[in-house]
Each structure stands twice: as structure tokens, then as C-alpha cells.
Design a protein around this ligand. Structure first.
Ligand SMILES: [Zn+2]
Length: 354
């Protein structure tokens, strides 16, 4: 009996203990000597904080420089597991349809992906993560990634992102500047989820320097309940982010904005619950509207009519501003019923004046 209680308490504790996972995703990393890239690597290695580098495999069909001290340092860091090399397209060339991959034939995508993977695999440990340039890809890309042995991919959280692969893990970027990280952690500190920070070399400017990054990493190391990982580590730890979790997170809504949960990849349960509660809130608003309408009809007072038009206009603007599926259905119900009520009131008014 005591053992049973212990197991139940332990299970409850597992549910209560929350951890924020953070992945740093640095895009457009080039295999050539570069002062900023070298400083970045040195900073992350010194703090022992993992980072995933989205590396462009080659330029104009030639490899970048793979010799010299900078390359030895990079290769050494990848072997410790702290630095992950992810594949960022092939040449990072704009091929139409918004990027390098979407809209291109399956065979051509397969050729490009396998060429890039072969090049990176020959320099580092086998690559398992793909980051599409400009976050642009299609179902053919996912099919090719599966066949080439990729295990995860990282794009972004915009509506319409393909998610046909049941084998791949999806870890989309959730924030796009290092300045946003601490607030994203604070807003989500009691939730289980993953914050994926995408950043580029151009983010280092007058407002954010390498010493700011140094201070940020220092702060992270001092924070409780925060664990930094690479995409590969997430896969190894089986931190699942299948297509259902990805889909549930894409459709942010009014309530998720209110809860400030949009800057983290939430668990499927959390994301779906927020969407359902959000839907219920709107249904409640529609019901209140009907009661309000009934009240207006009963008293046929033009001031009540004016008030209801103002309230509906205001609610309509708010809904429109935050409009994302599945709220469209609620909005249409709302507008149609509003039109019907207005028509009924006008007819009543005409009858009364005759
Ligand atoms: Zn890029």
C-alpha cells in the first residue's frame, strides 16, 4: 500500500515539475573564417551551452574553407555534442516559390538534399536536422528528408506549414531575437515546453552585442528550471514534437495571446485545451449577444439598439484582429445572427411606425 502511494506521489510530482527547454538555432552559418562566428562559438563553448548551427553546405557547388584553426575548433566542439551541425538547404539560393525548396520537383529536391547531407556528413557526425532556408518547403521536401534519414526539422509557426510526415519531429522557431528570450521564459516558467530561438549574424548590432549574448548565457546558467539543448539532444531525449503538436501550436488565438503562451512550443494537451477554451469563450459571447438581442426586441428601444450595434462592432473588431481558424466559423455565425437580428428589429420598427 505504502509503495502504491509512493508511486502515485512520484507520478504527481513528475506532472508538477515543469521545465523550459531552450534551443538556440543560429541560421546561415558558413564554413569559412569569420570573426563573429568564431566569437559566437567561443562564447557558447565557454558557458557550456549547446547550440544548433544551421550550416549552408556549399556555395556555387564548392565547399567553403574546411581547414585552419577555426575549422579545427568547430569540429572539436561538434564532437563534444555541445554544437550540433544542422543542414540549411544546399546553396541558400532563392529558387522561386518563396525559397530554395518549395515547388521544386521531388527528384530535384532529393538530389539537392542528398548532396548537401553527403558534404556535411563527410566533415562532421551524421546530420539529422534540416532547417529550410526562408522556412520554405513542401510535402516533397518532407518525403525526401524521411528517405535520407533525417529525424527532425525546424521551420516556423505560420499557418500553412506542411506537416505530412509522421516520422519527423517538428521543432519550429518560436522567437526570432535573443532579446526576447528572458521574457519568453518568464511568461512560460510554469509550463512544459520548448522555446526555439532563431537568430542570425545581423542580429548583432548596436542594440545587441556579443557581450550582451555573454550576459544572457550567464543569466541562463543561473536560472532554475531551464535546460538548453540542441535539436539532436531533443531527439535523443525523445522530447516528442509530432505533427499533431506542431499543428496545435500553429493556431494561436486570443486566449493564447492573453496567456502569453505563443512564444513557446507548448505540449499538445496544453495547446488543444487553450483552443477549446478559446472557442467556448466565443460561444459564450455569442450567447450573451442573443440574450442581449432578446432584451432589445422585448423593449424595442432605439437606445438599446444603438448600444448593441456599438458592442457588436467592438467585439467584431477584436475578433477580426485576432482572427485565426477555427474562429472563422464562430465569427460567421456571429455576423449572420447579427444581420438577422438587425433585420428583425427594423421590421418591427416599420410595423410600429405604420
Ligand atoms: Zn537562412
Amino acid at each position: 500500500m505504502k509503495r502504491c502511494i509512493f508511486v502515485i506521489l512520484l507520478s504527481l510530482q513528475c506532472l508538477i515539475v515543469q521545465a523550459v527547454n531552450v534551443v538556440f538555432r543560429f541560421d546561415d552559418f558558413r564554413l569559412c573564417p569569420d570573426t563573429l562566428q568564431e566569437q559566437l562559438l567561443e562564447t557558447f563553448v565557454r558557458h557550456k551551452i549547446p547550440i544548433s548551427l544551421a550550416v549552408i553546405p556549399c556555395s556555387e557547388d564548392k565547399l567553403f574553407f574546411t581547414e585552419g584553426s577555426y575549422f579545427a575548433q568547430l569540429k572539436g566542439a561538434t564532437e563534444t555534442g555541445l554544437i550540433e551541425i544542422a543542414q540549411h538547404g544546399l546553396n541558400h539560393r532563392f529558387m522561386g516559390f518563396g525559397g530554395e525548396f518549395a515547388g521544386i520537383s521531388f527528384q530535384r529536391q532529393m538530389d539537392m538534399l542528398s548532396k548537401g547531407k553527403h558534404l556535411l556528413d563527410s566533415l562532421f557526425m551524421p546530420i539529422i536536422t534540416f532547417v529550410p532556408p526562408w522556412n520554405s518547403y513542401d510535402d516533397n521536401t518532407l518525403r525526401a528528408l524521411e528517405l535520407l534519414g533525417f529525424e527532425c526539422m525546424s521551420s516556423c509557426m505560420t499557418i500553412g506549414q506542411p506537416l505530412s510526415s509522421a516520422k519527423l519531429q517538428y521543432y519550429p522557431e518560436t522567437i526570432d531575437h535573443p532579446n526576447k528570450l528572458i521574457n519568453a521564459i518568464k511568461d512560460n516558467k510554469n509550463r512544459n515546453g520548448i522555446i526555439i530561438l532563431m537568430f542570425h549574424d545581423y542580429d548583432f548590432d548596436d542594440s545587441f552585442s556579443m557581450s550582451d549574448m555573454d550576459a544572457l548565457l550567464n543569466k541562463l546558467n543561473d536560472m532554475d528550471g531551464v535546460e538548453c539543448l540542441t535539436f539532436k539532444m531533443l531527439c535523443e531525449k525523445r522530447v516528442k514534437s509530432d505533427r499533431f503538436r506542431f499543428k496545435a501550436n500553429i493556431e494561436i488565438n486570443l486566449l493564447s495571446k492573453f496567456l502569453k503562451s505563443g512564444h513557446m512550443l507548448q505540449t499538445t494537451l496544453f495547446a488543444v485545451s487553450v483552443r477549446i477554451i478559446n472557442l467556448l469563450i466565443y460561444i459564450f459571447i455569442v450567447l450573451v449577444f442573443f440574450l442581449f438581442g432578446w432584451f432589445v426586441c422585448k423593449f424595442r428601444n432605439k437606445y438599446f439598439l444603438l448600444l448593441i450595434v456599438c458592442v457588436m462592432g467592438l467585439v467584431g473588431i477584436v475578433v477580426w484582429w485576432h482572427l485565426l481558424t477555427p474562429l472563422k466559423a464562430v465569427l460567421f455565425t456571429f455576423l449572420i445572427s447579427f444581420g438577422a437580428l438587425l433585420g428583425a428589429l427594423l421590421m418591427n420598427y416599420k410595423k410600429k411606425t405604420k
